[in-house]
Structure formats: C-alpha cells, structure tokens
Design a protein around this ligand. Structure first.
Ligand code: SF4
Length: 316
C-alpha cells in the first residue's frame, strides 16, 4: 500500500485547443487521430477562447497528432495561412491563448531541441507521455520510445517544465511498467524537468482495436506503481485522470493531482467527459483531502530557471 499523501489534491481548470486531429501514425488505441480534418480554424479558435474566459479556465492545453506537417495537406494549409511550419502555427495559437489570459501547456508529440526552444517563449510547460519504454510494434507501429526519451532529454536541455508518464493496459509486460518509471526517474535526475507524471490507463474508445485479451489494470497495479515511484522519485507528483480511471476514488488518498478538468469533452478520450470540479471536491473531502486549483506550471518549476521571463508576470 502506498503512503498517504498530506495536504490538498490539485487540478487545473483547463480548456483544450486541438490544433489538428490529423496524424500520420496509426496507434491501435487512439481515439484522437483523423486523416483529413485540417488545422484549427480561426473561427473555432475565437469561439474556444471566448468559452475559456466564460469557464474561468487558466490552462490552455494545446494538442495535436505527432508530426502533423509530414502530411501534405497540412503542409499546404500551413503555407496558405502564412505559417512557415507547424511549430510556427502552434506558437501563434499559444500567443493568442496568452493574449486571452490563458497559460499554454503544449503536447505535440515527439519534438527536437530546436523545436522546443522555439515553443518555449509561448508555453509555460509542455508534455509528452513516454507511454512505455518498450516499443509495441503491433499496437503502435510507428512510435519509438527512443524518440520520446530524446524529447524528454531535449525538454530538460531547453529548460521546459515537463509532464510525462506511462500508459498501461495495452498488453505491456508488468516489468516494463517499472522500467518505464525507471527511465523517467533517470531523466529527471539528470535534468530536473519533470513537474509531474501521469499513471494513465487505456480505456477503449470508438476507434480502438486492441487484442481482446489485454488485461485491465486493477487497483493493486496502481498501488504498486505509485509505491515504486515514491521510492525512486519522491519529489515528482503523480497525476491520475479521474474521468478515465475506474479506481480514482480509491486512489485519491495516495496521489497528488487530477490533471486538467474541463466542461468541454476530453479530446483524447471523447467518450469520457469530466464531471464538474465540485464533484471532485466532494470526493476529495470524502477522502479527508481538499481539492485545490493549480496552474499548468507547478510550484516546483514556477521560477525564472524554467520559464521565459516574459511569461512570469502572467503566471501570478
Ligand atoms: S496516439 Fe498520438 S501518435 Fe498515435 S495515432 Fe494517436 S495522435 Fe497519432
């Protein structure tokens, strides 16, 4: 059994800006990707930013498929709209979010150091799930954990506060989950970039086609992973997404954060909407804890070493 956590459990009041669902890869668990949708339009961006103000969101979660500008139609649209590449577009959307009083957290798949450095001036933090240290070619044919670890390293070199984590329930070995946590802890020991990790479970969606015999993680699996992370990297908080995890109430005493909560749909898991924050507040109270709003930059990284100087005044 993991140790009980003292103090409140946190969440971020967020809104998701999906820059594009289009993705050249074909992960068999993905309910997010599309093939020909194109980029977020100016009209949709304006509507979402207005809605964010009405919801009093602080975080703009900017997401996309991986390497979308490898797709010819995306490249063409970027150029037609005056952007040099996808990073230029992501920086523009993040700047619009900042101008609306939101703090951008970007997750655009694997990126290199040069791309991360270009995004740093408009993003208070970024993220990329390691998912698993082992490649799963039958499940995610194009994804490579080596590329994801390189992004994690580059985020540390670029001094970007970073969220990562593992994805479980894909048929991966139990042992690989612990080795994945080892890899995250190793990278954090070297660069200090992790502000939190997610222990996230796969749940089926309208497009997923995993083998039917993939075991579903049980409560003890979460307890074992949480306990292990506390041993190897006690300073980095653990997030679980309550709209995805069937054991979230039982896990409340042991974790630190519930992630972004929005009244819009979960774009990555559209079949699993969040409840209003009050629902999670009541559950936290039942677990003898309080629910506290946080920013998309954690206190551990909320200073000049990890934030572009121009962003610091906006984070208070
Ligand atoms: S999980 Fe990510 S990389 Fe894989 S298909 Fe979906 S959007 Fe693309």
């Amino acid at each position: 059994m993991p140790q009980l956590r003292p103090g409140p459990i946190s969440y971020s009041r967020s809104i998701t800006l999906t820059l594009t669902h289009d993705c050249p890869w074909h992960c068999r668990y993905c309910g997010f990707r599309s093939d020909g949708e194109g980029l977020l339009s100016e009209d949709s961006l304006n509507t979402l930013l207005l809605s964010a103000r009405q919801q009093r969101a602080r975080e703009a979660l900017l997401i996309s498929g991986e390497h979308p500008d490898q797709l010819p139609h995306i490249k063409k649209e970027l150029h037609a709209r005056g952007f040099t590449d996808f990073i230029d577009f992501a920086s523009y959307v993040a700047r619009r979010a900042l101008d609306s009083g939101l703090l951008p957290h970007g997750n655009y798949g694997a990126l290199n150091l040069e791309q991360l450095l270009r995004l740093r001036p408009t993003h208070v933090s970024m993220g990329l799930m390691l998912e698993n240290i082992e490649d799963l070619p039958d499940i995610a044919p194009e994804k490579r954990s080596s590329g994801r670890l390189k992004t994690l390293t580059a985020a540390g070199q670029a001094k970007i506060a970073f969220t990562s984590g593992i994805l479980i329930g894909l048929g991966e070995s139990l042992e690989s989950r612990f080795r994945s946590l080892d890899a995250l802890a190793r990278s954090h020991r070297e660069y200090g970039q992790l502000q939190e990790i997610l222990i996230q479970n796969f749940i089926p969606n309208h497009a997923s086609s995993l083998p039917p015999d993939c075991p579903i993680p049980g409560l003890q699996d979460y307890f074992d992973l949480i306990s292990y992370w506390r041993e190897i990297c006690p300073e980095v908080p653990i997030q679980i997404p309550p709209n995805l995890n069937p054991h979230w109430r039982e896990l409340l005493p042991y974790v630190d954060d519930l992630g972004g909560i929005s009244s819009h749909r979960d774009e990555v898991n559209p079949l699993n909407p969040w409840a209003p924050p009050q629902h999670y507040q009541d559950a936290a109270h039942a677990a003898a804890r309080d629910l506290q709003e946080r920013l998309p930059i954690y206190p551990s990284h909320h200073h000049s070493a990890w934030l572009d100087p121009a962003l610091i005044p906006m984070t208070f």
